[in-house]
Ligand binder design. Structure first.
Ligand SMILES: Cc1cc2nc3c(=O)[nH]c(=O)nc-3n(C[C@H](O)[C@H](O)[C@H](O)COP(=O)(O)OP(=O)(O)OC[C@H]3O[C@@H](n4cnc5c(N)ncnc54)[C@H](O)[C@@H]3O)c2cc1C
Length: 356
């Protein structure tokens, strides 16, 4: 069987473009196929900013974030551009202590503060006795610049991209895998399926069961004149009555370059079909505006704009990065996968290298 490439990547979200770069840097002839235009806003990776943080209650995620940070630093050096603005990250609520022990286990610096001390340091309102954890390595990722820089690096290493090319099926053979598209077949030694919310249905005909549920999340933007100085915030304490902090739910915010603050309710969205256009959830906009009014005295709580974005959720919010024969599945989301892309790309390239 003649092959068109060593590896084909399905999907140009942050996971797919990071994988393309890692495969091309590894000397492979690699091609990425994207059903829409590069940079589209139908999936999970669009928008100017994301939270980068080491502050997780699980040490394994702290370590994975530390590994990813090295990858982002290498990319920053390569591009001569800052991709993470290290304003620090704040976690509010009793979870702060779990996060503290995970950070301590991984040798990462942090401060546990009470609300009174924290309110004296940032223009954010706290209950005097509530717990907050500050971690200095956290900050705002320039998400759109990160994806553009990953793509530049992939192309410089020989990686190729095909837009408006939808993979309609995959078939594995003894010496290769064939991907059917509306433009014909492409055959490679291995395929990486990084198709986000679409991966589950693309893989099911192969007998690969991906336990993911897409949800449509709503985020809103607010005016705040000093937003760039603010740490990113994950607030497990202040939540709408309809949502408890189970399952890692939290209100969150981060600087939105040139706008002010971006905010939302993590895991606040409802199940969705990624093929259908998205609608903003007005109840979530209402909650986010109320949260902004209660936490940010200097912000204008009137939303400037709102938009949707898709989470691809696993039941435990962990990532699925596994190989099934010649097919590598890379499903890394549940609303927190962006920051890990360089580290996950290394793992993906390692799995592809196992395929002869
Ligand atoms: C509102 C919101 C806030 C978030 N905040 C953070 C944060 O602060 N920090 C953080 O680390 N993470 C955050 N995340 C999560 C992060 O953005 C995602 O984990 C990440 O973007 C997932 O990228 P992906 O490449 O796996 O999926 P996607 O970006 O969805 O990419 C999948 C791509 O595959 C393409 N595709 C699908 N099917 C096919 C096909 N058949 N043929 C060809 N192409 C196909 C799609 O068009 C899409 O471009 C957030 C996510 C959302 C939605």
């Amino acid at each position: 069987m003649t092959r068109d490439a060593d590896a084909v990547v399905v999907g140009a979200g942050v996971t797919g473009v990071a994988a393309l770069r890692a495969l091309a840097l590894g000397g492979l002839d690699a091609v990425l196929l994207e059903q829409f235009a590069l940079g589209h806003d139908r999936g999970s990776s669009h928008g100017a900013s994301r939270i980068f943080r080491l502050a997780y209650p699980e040490a394994r995620y702290v370590r994975l974030a530390q590994r990813a940070r090295e990858g982002w630093r290498a990319l920053e050096a390569e591009a001569g551009e800052e991709l993470i603005a290290h304003t620090g990250s704040l976690d509010i609520g009793s979870i702060a202590l779990d996060v503290a022990s995970a950070l301590a286990e991984c040798g990462a610096p942090y401060e546990v503060l009470d609300g009174r001390t924290a309110a004296a340091r940032w223009p954010i309102s706290f209950d005097p006795d509530e717990a907050a954890l500050f971690q200095p390595d956290g900050g705002m990722m320039r998400a759109d610049r990160a994806i553009a820089t990953l793509l530049d690096g992939a192309r410089a290493a020989g990686g190729k991209t095909l837009e408006h090319t939808t993979v309609t099926g995959l078939a594995e053979h003894p010496d290769g895998v064939t991907l059917e598209t509306q433009a014909g077949e492409i055959t490679a030694r291995a395929a990486v399926v990084a198709a986000g919310a679409w991966s589950r249905d693309l893989l099911a005909p192969l007998g690969i069961e991906l336990p993911t549920t897409p949800t449509r999340e709503t985020i809103s933007y607010f005016r705040h004149d000093r937003a760039e100085e603010l740490p990113t915030v994950i607030d497990y304490a202040l939540l709408p009555a309809s949502h408890d902090s189970g399952d890692g739910r939290a209100s969150y915010s981060l600087p939105a370059p040139g706008v002010g603050i971006k905010a939302g309710l993590h895991r606040g969205g409802s199940a969705t079909d990624p093929n259908l256009p998205g609608e903003v959830d007005e109840a979530l906009v209402g909650w986010t505006a109320e949260w902004i009014a209660r936490r940010y005295p200097h912000a204008d709580p009137q939303p400037l704009a709102s938009e949707t974005c898709i989470y691809t959720n696993t039941p435990d919010q962990d990532f699925v990065v596994e190989r099934y024969g010649r097919i590598v599945v890379a499903s890394a989301c549940s609303g927190h996968g962006f920051k890990f892309a360089p580290a996950l790309a290394e793992t993906i390239a390692g799995l592809v290298a196992e395929v002869s």
